[in-house]
Design a binder for this molecule. Structure first.
Ligand code: DGP
Length: 114
């Protein structure tokens, strides 16, 4: 997708601080970190949102979670994985991605009303 920021990061057209990359998945630090550790795990296939996951592309999602398991080795006190899908969830980049947050106690509330 030519106008997608994450596709541009995947293509190397926009710089990022990479934590991991293979043929199917990339992980890089979030530009606006919400915790001491905050990175995004992103399938290289442009899947817009969680509602667009199908039997044909779900292997990419499984691979994202394999990468999450790999990158969180040693996060012994825990971490949080978040996916935002759609307007009410505040999804700002329309390319499926999983936020991984760690490095402090994250609190029990998953959602704050605005
Ligand atoms: P979401 O709200 O779930 O769509 O989160 C998108 C995240 O992407 C947000 O936390 C900020 C991050 N982000 C947006 N643009 C860039 C960028 O150009 N580089 C990096 N590293 N992160 C970005």
């Amino acid at each position: 997708m030519s106008d997608c920021i994450f596709c541009k990061i995947i293509a190397g057209e926009i710089p990022s601080t990479k934590r991991y990359e293979d043929d199917d998945v990339i992980a890089f630090n979030d530009l606006n970190p919400q915790a001491p550790i905050h990175f995004l795990v992103v399938p290289k296939l442009h899947i817009p949102c969680a509602k667009d996951i199908t039997a044909e592309n779900s292997a990419y999602v499984a691979k994202c979670f394999e990468v999450i398991a790999k990158l969180t080795k040693g996060f012994d006190t825990g971490f949080r994985v978040i996916n935002n899908c759609g307007e009410d969830a505040g999804q700002s980049v329309k390319h499926l991605h999983f936020h991984v947050l760690a490095g402090r106690r994250l609190g029990e509330k998953l959602c704050a009303e605005i």
